[in-house]
Design a protein around this ligand. Structure first.
Ligand SMILES: [Fe+2]
Length: 279
């Protein structure tokens, strides 16, 4: 029986080490935190003890980059064992990772590398997601990534690829609205075409973040406020998927916690306005 809070709703914030002391001292009224699970896999670390300490006060979700679901390396069983142990200890509402690959031949790229959108890759990833879900004992959540290149071998659109992976594996979708916008600008497709093709009943969470405009392309740096066009696309996402929890990601040039809460409040207001007008 779960004894820890597990209800994920409204707009949460990504838990970052820079805010540990503020959170411990002020116990802010934040609906939930998403933790970067890869940073908590080792027992006895400061971050693991911190999250154990605040867990009774906040629902949490796990978000990782180490699954490397698209890699042709075997699944990393040691990584999965540690993730399972962490799951049993912290009881996250769900576990998410990215639809990409992050390692090859045993080496980590430390980057989210996109995939060629082919039927073979769909089948490969579906098989691996099912293995992961069997191991963890639950359905996982997979996030769409931003990208800066495309493959000549690609056979379908990214949104067709995502739909197939979700349908065939039984996983859910973490819809990163900023990633859609960044990739749409970089590759010249219509962000709304992508968004409206997403399987709305399978969206478990929405991500929002800020990018940097490098003039030749947009770079998903998570170092800035959410931009106006992404807020506009987010509003369309809420119209499409309804009442889904939203998370603000900010990983570089991290501001005070109060600034992140301002971003979360903007998201909450947009969400409430759209959902309220439906009633
Ligand atoms: Fe994201």
């Amino acid at each position: 029986m779960n004894t820890l809070p597990s209800s994920i709703h409204s707009c949460g914030i990504g838990l970052r080490r820079q805010h540990f002391s503020t959170i411990a001292e002020t116990k802010p009224n934040i609906p939930w935190f998403e933790i970067l699970s890869d940073n908590y896999l080792i027992e006895g670390t400061v971050q693991r003890e911190f999250v154990q300490q605040i867990r009774p006060d906040y629902p949490i979700t796990f978000h990782g980059v180490g699954l490397s679901i698209g890699s042709v390396d075997p699944l990393n069983k040691e990584y999965l064992k540690r993730l399972l142990t962490l799951k049993k200890e912290l009881e996250p509402a769900w576990i998410s990772d990215h639809l990409c690959w992050t390692s090859a031949y045993g080496y980590s790229t430390h980057d989210l590398i996109p995939l060629p959108y082919t039927q073979n890759v769909v089948d490969h990833i579906v098989d691996r997601i099912i293995q992961v879900q069997d191991f963890l004992g639950e359905s996982i959540v997979i996030e769409n990534v931003s990208s800066y290149l495309q493959f000549k071998s690609t056979e379908m659109t990214e949104w067709e690829f995502i739909n197939q992976v979700i349908e065939k594996s039984g996983c859910s979708l973490l819809l990163d609205v900023n990633n859609i916008y960044v990739s749409a600008q970089n590759h010249g497709f219509d962000a709304e075409d992508y968004l409206l093709a997403m399987p709305k009943d399978r969206v478990k969470e929405i991500h929002l973040a800020g990018y940097e405009d490098k003039t030749t392309h947009l770079l998903d740096t998570h170092s800035r406020p959410v931009t106006e066009p992404v807020w506009a696309l987010f509003a369309k996402a809420v119209e499409h998927v309804g009442d889904v929890p939203v998370l603000i990601e900010w990983d570089n040039d991290i501001p005070e916690l109060s600034r992140l809460r301002e971003e979360a409040n903007i998201a909450k207001n947009i969400q409430q306005k759209i959902l309220g007008s439906r009633q």
